[in-house]
Ligand binder design. Structure first.
Ligand code: TRP
Length: 370
């Protein structure tokens, strides 16, 4: 399938170098990594493993930081279903950034977007907004430094700025960027303006002038490509962005995970036996047809989903390297790598699900008070 990457469609086997050129972003180089490490003291595994692999304007934000002008982080979630493992890699990394740089995070829940784009009722979307907030909180963000914006609830502060953005984006550029036609609903055409506002809203609310850094999955870059210049024309600074790759679906190496395709994703609420069942049943294997062949020729770590997913869960570089070596040489069998992954994910989810239950009481602390 041909590669397609925009916020509403991710298809095909993704060629990330090609995306870097098409989107006009920069690749994260060892120099950029060492700039980050100078400040943070260590590098997150997602940086070392090129899961976060590209950026816009990042150096500027780091320079400002060194001069004492802290940035704020901005990212978001479109609430239209359960959170799965594919969503959280960006947010786990965002949490690390919050901790290491000691900065504020503005987190947008785009209930308007999902209502406009999905065949779901307003009430269903509100239910998912609540459920998704619990998962975000469970990841451990600092309640004193994290502010949730819910588009329909915070419309009073977002909308006056959104119209200023919307006035400077034409219908034809939206059409070209998202492949819209005349039959798209008129709300969806406006939406990019709503997603742009948190780039500068904190500065308006606080009467400050801080740079903004947005960690995101690279499909979301499209919104900001449309609005970065607009933001500047409105008298604010363009945001810096750091882009991540997509976690491959359980079933193979094309496209991205999705909760509407049950075989492709593991949900944050899945039980240990469900995790085991899904991985054993669906995880695409890079192994050989028979054990004898596998022992002789070894497996292919690049297509083996269990091996690929371990990059997200086995943070010990030495251990991961050993697993890759042993799988490639045939010493480790597919079933054995799957077992390692199942245990890692279940350990992670046990902690997450406990924190998720506790999050119910914390929601109020996170929602921004106007
Ligand atoms: N549109 C995003 C989604 O569908 C949610 C979102 C809002 C977002 N603001 C963002 C994502 C900023 C990344 C960065 O999931």
């Amino acid at each position: 399938m041909k590669q397609k990457v925009n916020p509403y469609e991710v298809e095909g086997k993704i060629d990330y170098d090609k995306l870097i050129k098409e989107f006009g972003v920069k690749k994260i180089t060892p120099e950029v990594l060492s700039e980050i490490q100078k400040i943070t003291g260590e590098l997150h595994p997602y940086l070392k493993r090129e899961i976060f692999f590209a950026y816009r304007d990042l150096k500027k934000v780091l320079d400002e930081y060194k001069k004492g002008n802290k940035f704020f982080l901005y990212t978001g979630c479109g609430p239209s279903g359960p959170i799965h493992l594919g969503h959280i890699s960006t947010w786990r990394f965002t949490k690390w950034l919050q901790e290491k740089f000691d900065v504020e995070l503005w987190f947008q829940f785009t209930d308007d977007e999902k209502f406009l784009y999905k065949n779901m009722s307003y009430d269903e979307i509100q239910k998912w907004t609540y459920e998704n907030m619990l998962d975000v909180i469970a990841l451990g963000f600092d309640p004193k430094k994290t502010h949730f914006l819910i588009d329909t609830k915070h419309a009073g502060i977002i909308y006056p700025e959104a119209i200023k953005v919307a006035k400077k984006i034409t219908f034809s550029s939206i059409k070209a960027a998202f492949g819209f036609t005349d039959s798209n609903n008129i709300g969806s055409i406006f939406y990019t303006a709503m997603q742009t506002v948190p780039v500068f809203l904190p500065n308006i609310l606080r009467n400050e002038n801080r740079p903004c850094l947005i960690p995101l999955g690279i499909d979301q870059d499209v919104h900001f490509r449309l609005s970065r210049d607009v933001v500047e024309k409105l008298g604010h600074e363009k945001p810096a962005i750091i882009h991540s790759k997509f976690m491959v679906p359980l079933t193979g190496t094309e496209g991205k995970m999705s909760s509407s395709n049950p075989g492709s994703a593991i949900l944050m609420t899945d039980s240990p036996s469900e995790v085991k069942r899904k991985i054993n049943k669906y995880a695409f294997s890079g192994g050989r047809d028979t054990v004898e062949e596998h022992r002789k020729l070894g497996g292919n770590v690049d297509v083996d989903v269990a091996c690929q997913w371990l990059k997200y869960f086995e943070f010990d570089d030495e251990k991961l390297k050993k697993i890759y070596e042993d799988y490639s040489s045939g010493k480790l069998l597919s079933g054995e790598v799957k077992k390692i992954l199942i245990d890692k994910i279940n350990d992670f989810l046990a902690v997450h699900q406990k924190k998720r239950r506790e999050a119910v009481k914390l929601i109020d602390k996170f929602i921004y008070k106007v």
